[in-house]
Design a protein around this ligand. Structure first.
Ligand SMILES: Cc1cc2nc3c(=O)[nH]c(=O)nc-3n(C[C@H](O)[C@H](O)[C@H](O)COP(=O)(O)OP(=O)(O)OC[C@H]3O[C@@H](n4cnc5c(N)ncnc54)[C@H](O)[C@@H]3O)c2cc1C
Length: 316
């Protein structure tokens, strides 16, 4: 059985949730082999075993922490040449997409990015033109390189041996073109990371003011959710730009997306419409976002959101 390489997303200590999703997907196409670039592999090994990694290729060289994406693409290219895997799966994060693109160039392979589902024979589903069209495609050249959006696959545990296979690699000068000069940890508090969260509660212009975002945060906290915002809300300075969802913000694909006071402009939809379940709270029954809604409440969010939060808090 061919190996399916999965590039591990990690912070040097813990493995990101999306890697469990990728390993789950990989199991359907071959033997999942995780690829760990940088320090901390021993700490993450158990987690990789939990999601069925048969092997963990470990390249602990400092070069992976000191330089941006190019060394990772080089490492994967080398593993592709040596092991001829059936495919390489990476997370469709900003870094993952760039690694995938560089790897595709190096290996002369086809690449599919922003994939929202994988079917038979690695047929990939993508959502394009602001989500207006769903495309099915399959790589026809070389080793399929596929960048899968976080939350597209439900991670399911399955025990794997996670046998450590050390890899030593001399990364080229060309791959050391851009050096990391510093890292600043983002203040995130207790909430999950927006693109990884299973539930996202977002607020738009309907929230009316920055201080009113406390209502959105309270609802999010009652659900253990991340907070998102429309561009109208971030442009108004009501919520930081890093939480903007949409074409020019983050793309999220959670199990549940709760849109509060958001009209559903195409640029906003582009970032959230692959959510599995969409709930809308909007006082205008004609708001276009209702076209996407699995559940909709026509009402004033200042009435609905506190009641919803109270009910959820009572039940938990
Ligand atoms: C190139 C480009 C890129 C863009 N990128 C993005 C992007 O990444 N993300 C993004 O979000 N937008 C983006 N936009 C902007 C987008 O076109 C919309 O302007 C924006 O999404 C509107 O945000 P909104 O839905 O919060 O506001 P509005 O469209 O003003 O809608 C507010 C909604 O709140 C409802 N409402 C008002 N008061 C209440 C209340 N008390 N209770 C309940 N409901 C209420 C209203 O009925 C209305 O439906 C982009 C635009 C361009 C041109």
């Amino acid at each position: 059985m061919a190996e399916i390489l999965v590039l591990v997303e990690h912070d040097g200590e813990s493995v990101k949730k999306v890697t469990g999703e990728l390993l789950t997907a990989a199991r359907g196409y071959g033997e999942p082999a995780a690829v760990w670039a940088g320090a901390g592999a021993e700490g993450g090994r158990a987690r990789l075993a939990e999601f069925g990694a048969a092997k963990v290729y470990v390249a602990e060289d400092k070069v992976f922490d000191d330089y941006v994406v190019a060394p990772k693409a080089e490492l994967l290219a080398r593993l592709v040449a040596e092991h001829q895997p059936g495919a390489v799966l990476v997370a469709a994060t900003a870094e993952g997409r760039e690694v995938a693109a560089r790897l595709a160039v190096r290996t002369g392979s086809g690449i599919l990015t922003d994939v929202t589902a994988l079917g038979d024979d690695l047929a990939a589903e993508q959502s394009i033109f602001g989500g207006g069209i769903t495309v099915h495609s399959r790589v026809g050249t070389g080793t399929p390189i596929i960048a899968v959006r976080p939350n597209s696959v439900a991670a399911e545990p399955a025990e794997g041996a996670a046998e450590t296979v050390p890899v030593s690699i001399e990364v080229s000068e060309a791959a050391r073109g851009a050096r990391v000069t510093g890292r600043v940890e983002q203040e995130r508090g207790e909430r999950p990371e927006l693109t990884e969260a299973a539930i996202v509660v977002s607020g738009g212009r309907g929230v009316g003011a920055g201080e009113n975002f406390a209502l959105i945060e309270k609802l999010a906290d009652s659900l253990g959710a991340a907070v998102g915002a429309s561009r109208a809300a971030t442009d108004a300075g009501w919520y930081p730009h890093q939480f903007q969802v949409g074409q020019t913000g983050k793309t999220v694909s959670p199990q549940l997306y709760v849109a509060c006071g958001i009209s559903g402009a195409i640029q906003h939809r582009a970032g959230m419409q692959t959510a599995k379940t969409i709930m809308v709270i909007n006082k205008d029954p004609e708001a276009p976002i209702f076209e996407l809604a699995d559940f909709g409440v026509v009402g004033d969010l200042f009435n609905v959101v506190p009641q919803l939060t109270e009910q959820i808090e009572k039940q938990s």
